[in-house]
Ligand binder design. Sequence first.
Ligand SMILES: *Cc1c(COP(=O)(O)O)cnc(C)c1O
Length: 354
Amino acid sequence: MNYNFYPGPSKLYPQVAGYFQEAIDLGILERNHRSDSFQELFSTTKSLLKSKLNIPLDYEIVVVSSATECWEIIAQSFILNKSYHFFNGAFGEKWWSYTQKIHSSSEAISFGLEENPTLQSVDKNAELLAFTHNETSNGTAILEQFQKQLRTKFPNSLIAYDATSSMAGYEFDWDLGDIWYASVQKCFGLPAGLAVMVVSPKALNQAKEINENEHYNSFNFIIKNAQNNQTHHTPNISNVFLLNRLMQNVENISAIHQNLVVRKDLFYNEIQKIKKLNSLVHSNEFQSDTVFCLKGEVDVVQKLKEEAEKEGIILGNGYGDLRDNTFRIANFPAIPNQHYIDLINFLLRFDKMN
Ligand SMILES: *Cc1c(COP(=O)(O)O)cnc(C)c1O
């Protein structure tokens, strides 16, 4: 058996091969991005995303190349002077450091693994507040309760969420954010090379006012094309096609998220029986529904990864500072339920034998 729990690039939906063949047979990969067939494809893909992920109809969807590109687009096109970046892990910190290269006064506010971000030092009229909805490096997520308070407390600010490892797994309350983005090689279960950016009317207006037009990927240029169902450069058409067919075939996000939560509860319950491993984060509310992070002695984690590999199980390495004493497990919808049962049995066996 082949098990892949890596949190990105992650296990592909098994249907991907068939969708790819269909794209080739249809000839869509040989059409240009201003053709009627591409425009039709892009337009239906956006509608399908809205209906399957419950995205508000007045939000706009654009496609770019990666989540990293979204960091740069946001810094270029949605921020005039400075943004505030809240993080408890490596991806959020990277977003801040990329932004700082463009806006040197952008502020970093770090917070602990089992707490909400602190808002005391934030200007009431801050332009943009940046959060990593799901911190892939340590398996924590922002609480919806916190998102609601944030929205109420900062009615004039744009709120941006990096949802790279949660979009297409979590059922979001989209109205609580103005910019949400994700690359598709994580929770979407597709090959790398495409990112989806979902933008509120308020963010659209702010970009218009800032009127930044200096770059090939200036947001105003991207959105002008997207509103005509075109893109600002030749996009990853195969990935747009895969996304289209995937969205046609998946259940509504509400059912998908519920199943992930059931798997998460089962997983963390069983993990309590394992003496040599602990959850990095103990309180259930801060634990991500889509990425699990477990901690152990360095030699135990090393041995575990070796044993797993022998059994055809790919686990996610620890990330950044947590590289040696943790490992990560994706809880993404493309991975079948049975794989988690097999994984838990493997972990229980490992614990008994070592
Ligand atoms: C993987 C990841 C990124 C980077 O994604 P790319 O597609 O490689 O640019 C950014 N943010 C988070 C939270 C991630 O998990």
